[in-house]
Design a protein around this ligand. Structure first.
Ligand code: ASP
Ligand code: MG
Length: 465
């Protein structure tokens, strides 16, 4: 099987909160050690909230607050030095210091360039924010070696090849898979543990790119698909995918098994556990994805699999995505005419803005977007032939499950549960896996609570914990 991948390997991805401190890194080392027989490839996020902090520093430098940004950069260095340093004997501190010196020196220079440009341009965003994973992957590889584990750092930018779309790059799959196999399989066959930074990649000409916030999950799936792994594990700080956000409903249950199709709907419509693109490469190569909690490694987590998961409940989970805008487009010219939707979609497409939900009548179309960056330009173009109004602060609440497609009366139950809520838009996706409601953000929590009470009064013990 070598060369084409090896079904006896696994990918283990650890998120920022699983790496936020010395104790957390030590826990992760224990989890990896316990899995050595399965030949793990380890993908790491930046430590703790590093990415968030780097983005804030970049913004500050661009806004003329370079001194403040440099103070924060020093504090970030101290965090890395302190957490990793305290795991290692003092004989290793020189090595840690060298890695930190060289990266933080480059980052200081880069802040200078950002501040001179007066603008945090997308290529700067990617270059600067990539340092979180560049550092964590090197430092964790070093720490693992000191714990007696044979780990090797692999620079993700030599493996994940992407297009040039900064901050949301897409991998060039066939080249990337070839590189994953070339760089990673030989290490695994020598029983080494490859440690790769998530989130980052590079274009063919070597410019650093990122896959978007939360993109380390996606990196793990790409690498897993490239080596045809047996399983892709996403280690995070929750017990898995839940029937809904446990902060909203404390009785939310863990979903033990769910299909790719269902999990993809949930990830796209707001469940924060997985980056929405993660499942695509895994689905294509039919590799199960398992979501696990690094603080409670004995909990079985959520297993995401290709087959449908039989369940006596109609739905598997409820998601909620906030920060939604409704765009209402109305034109009497639409009456009996054709090509109207085409014209509308062309405008959204030109503005590279994705439409989530859509409802139309003979003279009006309402749709939702979650990215308002180019909304003004979109409205201007639409107003050339239609009346346009925008409603901010909306939320999409979705109920998701395979059984939706063949269970009569689900809509009636959902509407019954939501009878006191003002529902703005409804959509039963073409996938038939998902029934979505747009409500004002103010009503979102209440809607989730009501739906949870309606659909999970009795939860199938084979599927929910
Ligand atoms: N560190 C990146 C972020 O915070 C990527 C990731 O953690 O998945 O967005
Ligand atoms: Mg994440």
């Amino acid at each position: 099987m070598r060369g084409k991948g090896d079904r006896s390997m696994i990918v283990m991805k650890f998120g920022g909160s699983s790496l936020e401190s010395a104790a957390a890194v030590e826990r992760v080392a224990g989890i990896v050690r316990a899995a050595l027989a399965r030949k793990p490839v380890v993908v790491v996020s930046a430590m703790g909230s590093t990415t968030q902090q780097l983005l804030a520093m970049g913004e500050a430098a661009a806004a003329g607050k370079r001194a403040g940004a440099l103070d924060k950069l020093r504090a970030l260095r101290e965090m890395h030095e302190h957490e990793i340093g305290s795991l290692l004997p003092s004989s290793c501190h020189g090595e840690v210091g060298k890695i930190l010196d060289c990266h933080f020196c480059e980052m200081t220079d880069l802040l200078g360039k950002i501040s001179a440009a007066g603008e945090f341009l997308p290529e700067f965003v990617d270059d600067f924010s990539s340092y979180g994973e560049r550092l964590s992957s090197r430092l964790i590889a070093l720490a693992f070696r000191r714990f007696g584990m044979d780990s090797v750092h692999v620079d993700a930018r030599c493996v994940i090849l992407t297009d040039t779309r900064h901050m949301a790059a897409t991998p060039l799959y066939s080249q990337t898979y070839a590189r994953v196999r070339d760089k990673i399989l030989p290490l695994a066959s020598q029983d080494k543990i490859p440690i790769v930074g998530g989130f980052i990649g590079a274009t063919e000409s070597g410019v650093t790119t990122t896959l978007g916030r939360g993109g380390s999950d996606f990196s793990a799936a790409i690498i897993g698909a490239g080596i045809a792994a047996e399983e892709i594990q996403i280690w995070t700080d929750v017990d898995g995918m839940m029937t809904c956000d446990p902060k909203v409903v404390p009785e939310a249950r863990r979903v033990k098994t769910i299909s790719f199709a269902e999990a993809a709907e949930l990830a796209y419509f707001g469940a924060k556990v997985l980056h929405p693109s993660t499942l695509l490469p895994a689905m294509e190569k039919n590799i199960p994805v398992v979501v696990l909690n690094s603080r409670r490694p004995d909990v079985a987590g959520t297993r995401i699999v290709a087959e449908a998961v039989p369940c006596s409940n109609v739905i598997k989970a409820i998601s909620c995505k906030r920060g939604i805008y409704i765009v209402n487009i109305r034109s009497t010219r639409m009456l009996m005419s054709h090509g109207f939707l085409h014209r509308i979609f062309e405008i959204f497409s030109r503005a590279e803005t994705a439409v989530d939900m859509l409802a139309s009548s003979e003279v009006s179309v309402s749709l939702t977007i979650d990215n308002p960056a180019r909304l003004a330009e979109i409205c201007r173009a639409l107003r050339e032939f239609a009346e346009v109004s925008v409603e901010e602060d909306q939320a999409i609440v979705c109920i998701v499950g395979d059984n939706l497609r063949h269970t009569p009366g689900v809509a009636a139950r959902a509407f019954g549960a939501l009878q006191e809520i003002n529902i703005r838009m409804i959509s039963q996706g073409a996938s038939l896996l998902n029934l979505g409601f747009v409500v004002t953000a103010r009503d979102a929590e209440r809607s989730v609570k009501l739906l949870h009470r309606e659909f999970f009064r009795d939860a199938d013990p084979a599927v929910f914990d």
